[in-house]
Design a protein around this ligand. Structure first.
Ligand SMILES: Nc1ncnc2c1ncn2[C@@H]1O[C@H](COP(=O)(O)OP(=O)(O)OP(=O)(O)O)[C@@H](O)[C@H]1O
Ligand SMILES: [Mg+2]
Length: 326
């Protein structure tokens, strides 16, 4: 679209009173200006859009606590929203992983500084790794850190029998990103990305995946997009280069595993626990299973009227989780 056409579109959406579309056209105009080398103009438009959004944001801060309004209309079937309060520091993370996540936070917090030099903060992230290793929790922690609402895409609402419809719903989600700044989590993303590999409906699925790829590439919003999967091998390789960062999650090593258990039991007296024995029994368990086993041991202590964690309770709970995992 030329600048003149953008102006007409802006006026039309203004006359129609469609604020959502108005801001989305304004963002398109900013992208166009940036493409033709008018970085300063693009930046000014984006700043104004940011201000408009902040004013009309559906997130109102009342008395210090953030109130998140639920999405309304058709989009409500495609997104669920929450305002997490968890912070990154409450997760037990290997140093390298924590550094990468903190780098995203830093860039996000300093994004206007980056913008002045025509650089963009990283915001399209792919999380890959086995079940229960903290992918979904990280998305919540980033939202908690940045005080942004976490919009989880309800893939069951997005994927319909009719692929054309699915693509239209995806477009609607990407449109929402430009209007309502937040973290948009495509959890268990393989449902969308991997279906391309399946035998039935391959052509249709390819079209859906391609439209996702195009939307992801074109997206110029300020929102953070996170896709999480535990089936990285099923994903189309073409997806990878569309993300600013591919972050890998893994099962914890012994030291990290013990830290996860300890961090889960801080309200309890765990000084007598034989950590040596515990650490030789954590192999193969995910962060999620370790957290659950710790909760079991904590429950046992409470039910026995003590706040002292018994090594044996922990060992039994860990072994139960191991057998549940088999
Ligand atoms: N790094 C961590 N530190 C502390 N607890 C963790 C960590 N990672 C995961 N957990 C615990 O495990 C639970 C499940 O983690 P989460 O849902 O983020 O896993 P996931 O990687 O998204 O799994 P899935 O692939 O099955 O969706 C969390 O709610 C938390 O209790
Ligand atoms: Mg998850």
């Amino acid at each position: 679209m030329s600048t003149a056409r953008h102006l007409i579109a802006l006026l039309r959406t203004h006359v129609q009173g469609d604020d959502t579309e108005f801001l989305s056209v304004a963002m398109e105009l900013a992208a166009r200006e940036a493409r033709i080398g008018h970085a300063r103009v693009a930046e000014q438009i984006r700043e104004l859009v940011d201000q408009a959004r902040a004013r009309s944001s559906q997130i109102e801060k009342r008395g210090g606590s953030v109130v998140v309004m639920q999405p309304k209309g058709e989009i409500a079937n495609l997104l669920s929203v929450q305002q997490p309060t968890i912070r990154l520091a409450s997760m037990v993370l290997p140093d390298a992983l924590e550094l990468r996540l903190r780098r995203t936070l830093l860039e996000q917090r300093q994004k206007s500084k980056l913008r002045h030099h025509n650089l963009r903060a990283r915001r399209k992230l792919l999380f890959v790794g086995p079940p229960g290793t903290g992918k979904t929790l990280t998305a919540a922690a980033l939202a908690g850190e940045l005080q942004l609402p976490l919009f989880t895409i309800l893939l069951e609402g997005v994927i319909t029998k009719f692929m054309g419809e699915t693509a239209a719903k995806l477009r609607m989600i990407f449109q929402a990103m430009t209007v309502e700044k937040g973290i948009y989590l495509f959890d268990e993303f393989d449902a969308l990305g991997a279906r391309r590999a399946q035998a039935n409906d391959v052509g249709e699925i390819r079209r859906v995946l391609n439209s996702f790829l195009q939307l992801l590439e074109k997206d110029d919003s300020d929102s953070i997009i996170i896709a999480a999967t535990n089936h990285v091998d099923l994903l189309d390789r073409a997806l990878f280069r569309r993300f600013d960062d591919v972050i890998e999650y893994a099962l914890p090593d012994e030291r990290t595993a013990v830290k996860i258990i300890e961090s889960r039991l801080t309200q309890f007296h765990a000084d007598d626990v034989d950590w040596q024995r515990i650490s030789s029994d954590v192999a193969g368990l995910s962060q999620s299973e370790l957290a659950r086993a710790s909760d079991e041991a904590a429950k046992n202590a409470i039910l026995q009227g003590t706040n002292r964690i018994a090594t044996n309770d922990l060992l039994i709970a860990l072994n139960e989780r191991k057998h549940a995992a088999c």
